[in-house]
Write a protein that binds this ligand. Structure first.
Ligand code: MG
Ligand code: MG
Length: 628
């Protein structure tokens, strides 16, 4: 199955676009006429440039306002088509996309349009070219792929076929199952795009909000299953108009696009669609058991501070690495590694970001299969030299340069702790913290889609709806990704300005990702009491917050007093209740969160976030600023 992408989907000039598309592994491009016109080079040179990069031109687009015109406009439209046919032959492509007309003088009528396409087919056939007809969702007379197909059927010409575009079908809520009736060899081309569900004008929605399959809310998988059921064997191509992508890094956008297609076609195959030619067989999405470890790169005083915080959280210093400057801190199932190495990856992460989470270990069923799927999805494998007695733990680069290691029982990788660390303590006291509830990662808002695509294509994780978190200095978008069982939860926080707490963290740490680690307990009051004895300093919450809690929830006096005494925040939903408190910020805006979920509470305390952020900002106020 050939993959392709429209040049309009990627930012940059034509050579930059082509380079990014080729590097991401696509087989071809749809050349968007404007990208060609803006380029300084004749069509023959452009065609050669494209082919020199190992790409083919799968489609020339768009040819607009063709069908249904009265004379003399009709004759002019055919003249225009002949000129585009000349151009296509120079470029070296045989298929043109004709989108349904929006011309104010275009006349309706299936037979009239079919006659126009029959004649266009004759003219194309003389040059061995093909014509594909696409229904725009906002076309004047044709805005439904079923009508476009009827026109193609009646045009009855071997050089005239249908072009399907998932956006135009799904945005108008047309049942994709209707595609199954179309013979596969009459579908000349398939364009894919997803989009978030937003009620707005179709044209505006399409031109600004399309995104990669899997990044939005449209049933692109159902659409693609119906397409493949017809026996279609042409390219699958992305046509994405998106404001963020237009300003994004060409390489990242192209890589995300390819990743989305590989994952989508794998899903189509797994859902029993067996007609895919040359399917790319890859291992299925990994089942995540949980976070095996979180590793900090740090040094000197900051390392001491971090270890002190860990002690007050009830962590035990339970081991040191046999050869490297790594100390292991544990509590319940939680493992935190403090890395003070002055060479290697952690050291460069420290140099770049200051104290930072440089590595996340994830427990999976099969580490090897997880890495194999990740590689098929375009992730870069990661390898460091292995010392004597050390295990070779498979790893990849995550987003923004971080590293993910994969640990499984199957290949004994979970023995790494006894194999590589010498025990220093067997003391099992602690503060009752059990496991990592979630990791909160911060990135610029423009990169959020890329991050969620990375996680949802690699792991069996679902996205929840995006929520707006109000920081006193701007808005932060937050999106949770989680496994069905809750064994692995990530919150992605997209910052738009540097003045928000999240944005400030990004700027100060030069784009680090993990900003907070939430640790779960089964008894938050007991944990708070134990941590108090160890010298833990919670982040203080305002009196006003507790006054408001009384108004919002039906809490009894004792409960309210207990919450207030320990600076615990509270939330509830239809399924249960949620308790959380925070450490004070350390090392430039990172912090720990302690949570208890009661019943089946699904969220992350989002209604509390504005008050938590305001409280943190009070503590982080630069020295010399007046206390308000
Ligand atoms: Mg299209
Ligand atoms: Mg949190």
């Amino acid at each position: 199955m050939k993959t392709s992408i429209a040049t309009v989907s990627i930012s940059g000039n034509l050579p930059e676009k082509l380079e990014a598309i080729a590097a991401a592994g696509f087989d071809g491009i749809e050349i968007f006429e404007q990208d060609f016109i803006a380029h300084d080079g004749n069509p023959r040179e452009v065609g050669e440039l494209i082919r020199s990069m190992g790409l083919e031109i799968t489609l020339f687009q768009p040819f607009r306002d063709f069908e249904g015109l009265p004379e003399p406009l009709r004759a002019k439209a055919f003249d225009r088509a002949e000129r585009k046919f000349d151009l296509m032959q120079e470029l070296g492509t045989d298929l043109v996309l004709v989108c349904s007309s929006c011309h104010p003088e275009a006349l309706g009528g299936i037979d009239r349009a079919a006659a126009d396409f029959h004649e266009l087919g004759d003219r194309a056939a003389k040059r061995d070219l093909r014509v594909g007809f696409e229904a725009l969702a906002w076309g004047r007379h044709v805005n439904d792929h079923r009508d476009a197909w009827e026109i193609v059927r009646r045009a009855d010409h071997k050089n005239v076929g249908l072009i399907l575009d998932s956006f135009h079908t799904l945005a108008r809520k047309i049942d994709p199952e209707t595609i199954r009736r179309i013979p596969g060899d009459k579908i000349f081309f398939v364009q894919l795009a997803d989009a978030p569900l937003i009620e707005m004008d179709l044209l505006y929605w399409s031109r600004h909000f399309r995104n990669m399959p899997g990044e939005g809310d449209l049933p692109v998988l159902d659409f693609m299953k119906a397409v493949m059921a017809t026996g279609y064997s042409g390219p699958i191509s992305l046509e994405i108009f998106n404001d963020q992508f237009r300003g994004g890094r060409p390489k990242t956008i192209a890589k995300d696009g390819h990743r989305s297609l590989v994952a989508l076609m794998d899903d189509v195959r797994r859902e029993g669609q067996s007609t895919i030619p040359n399917p790319n067989i890859i291992p299925e999405r990994s089942n995540v058991d949980g976070v095996a470890f979180v590793e900090f790169a740090t040094r000197g005083e900051e390392a001491e501070t971090l270890e002190t915080i860990l002690k007050t959280l009830g962590f035990q210093h339970s081991g040191n690495h046999i050869a490297k400057k790594l100390s292991l801190w544990t509590q319940g199932e939680i493992r935190i590694v403090i890395n003070r190495e002055t060479t290697g990856f952690a050291s460069s992460a420290y140099t770049m970001h200051g104290t930072t989470v440089c590595d996340i270990g994830i427990s999976v069923e099969s580490a090897a299969e997880t890495v194999s799927r990740a590689k098929s999805l375009g992730a870069d494998p990661f390898q460091q030299p292995i010392g004597p007695g050390e295990l070779n733990i498979p790893a990849i680069r995550g987003q923004s340069g971080s590293v993910l290691h994969f640990i499984d029982k199957r290949s004994g990788l979970n023995n790494v702790w006894s194999a590589e660390f010498a025990n220093t303590s067997t003391d099992k006291a602690g503060a009752g913290l059990k496991r990592i509830d979630h990791l909160a990662q911060t990135m610029s808002y423009d990169e959020m889609l890329s991050w969620s695509l990375f996680y949802t294509t690699l792991f069996q994780m679902q996205k929840s709806a995006m929520v707006d978190v109000v920081d006193p200095d701007g808005l932060v978008r937050s999106q949770a990704l989680e496994t069905k069982s809750g064994s692995f939860r990530i919150t992605l926080n997209g910052a738009e300005t540097h003045r928000t707490m999240a944005g400030n963290f990004l700027a100060d740490s030069f784009g680090a990702s993990v900003q907070h680690i939430a640790l779960s307990t089964d008894d938050i009051f007991a944990s708070a009491a134990a941590m108090g004895k160890l010298g833990f300093e919670p982040m203080p919450m305002s009196e006003n917050y507790y006054a408001d809690l009384v108004a919002r929830f039906d809490l009894d006096v004792d409960m309210l007093a207990a919450l207030r005494a320990d600076n615990i925040l509270y939330d509830e939903d239809a399924n249960g209740s949620f308790f959380q408190f925070y450490s004070r910020p350390y090392a430039g805006g990172m912090f720990f969160e302690i949570v208890e979920r009661r019943g089946n509470y699904k969220g992350y305390g989002a209604p509390n976030a504005p008050f938590r952020i305001a409280a943190q900002k009070r503590l982080m106020r630069p020295k010399g600023m007046p206390k308000l």
